[in-house]
Design a protein around this ligand. Sequence first.
Ligand code: DMJ
Length: 420
Amino acid sequence: MAARIRAEFLHSWAAYEQYAWGHDELKPLSHDVRDWYGESLLMTPVDALDTLLLMGAHDEAEKAKALILERLSFDKDISVKNFEITIRLLGGLLSSYQMTGDSRLLRLADDLGTRLLPAFNSPTGMPYMYVNLKTGKTSGSRSNPAEIGTLILEFGTLSRLTHKPVYFEKAKNALVQLYRRRSKIGLVGDEIDVETGEWVSSTSHVGGGIDSYYEYLLKCARLFDDRDCQSMWNTSIRAVNKYLADKTPTGLWYGEADMNSGKRTATQFGALHAFLPAVLDLGGDTDRARRLQQSCFRMWTLHGIEPEVLDYKTMQVVSPGYQLRPEIIESAYYLYRDTGDPRYLDMGRTFFESLVTHCRTDAGYTTLKSVVTKEKGDLMPSYFLAETLKYLYLLFAPAKTLDLNRVTFNTEAHPLRRVR
Ligand code: DMJ
């Protein structure tokens, strides 16, 4: 299985090389490219480099690294999303630096970190959504917990490696400021104004816009031995389990509730929510993690591949696309490494066969517009190579390929090691 997954990774990488070399992302059906900001920031090569290294694809890794070192420049007059650039580029550069020891990758990370720092210059210290890489001009005062609270692993590691505490301090302050604004019952909403510190939306859930905030509370405690993060995680996960968890005839799910009253507002769960079994398991709650992963698997097998959003009460698809997302595979990987239960390998086989059957094209893999009709979209997001195929590969590869006890994955599956 590991060899088959590696072969599919190389099929996808070859397509990127052939049709999109030097661009952010490949559009596999049209053989066209997608550059997020008009000019390329090498999203796919930076995101994919540590997967190439882990899979032992030495020639491809060398070529990708050479491209990055030759062409990647952040001296660009573009306004970028702080969160996406941090998790994909800063995270990718840092893990590749730790894996290769090539200090030029760290220099790029340091330069990028410096350019992103103005994002934190809001009245509350919570970052604006966008920052211009050349001028430092910020925009986007309405943000969300995921974009505010998913920065500390990357900024913290950068601090440790460069001996510049400012990165860690800014990201930690943002996390604390957000946590302080939780409701009386301990939940957060899914939109907040970083200038006023007021919530714009009081809808609470564990899906997109909030998801990785929780992930980083726990992982910050783990990577940096940070007691504040540990205590913020303990308090937060208690509230999440109390108000968002929903035991139904179709299994355990985590739905939506109002952050102030705790009242259930919707019974929706989707591909992004499927990160939670991994995080619950990492936090020591294997029982809930296992039960939730069973529900996620049910969501996957309903139409032969998972929808973006499902109503778990009616089991009707709410949002039918499949964006080549990794979360459910990531959870199978954590659970397999923790429990050794072969059911997670079986799940992995199902995930892989579905991907090959429905998403494979002559030029890499593509998204689906609908898991019901299986109509294809036209994009291979960089996280497909950074995360989806990496977690799938690691699920089947010998455990020694990567010791999970010695790394902490950022939310884009870039493994970060502790820095003494
Ligand atoms: C990735 O960029 C990250 O995993 C992020 O946390 C959520 N969205 C995508 C994958 O689905």
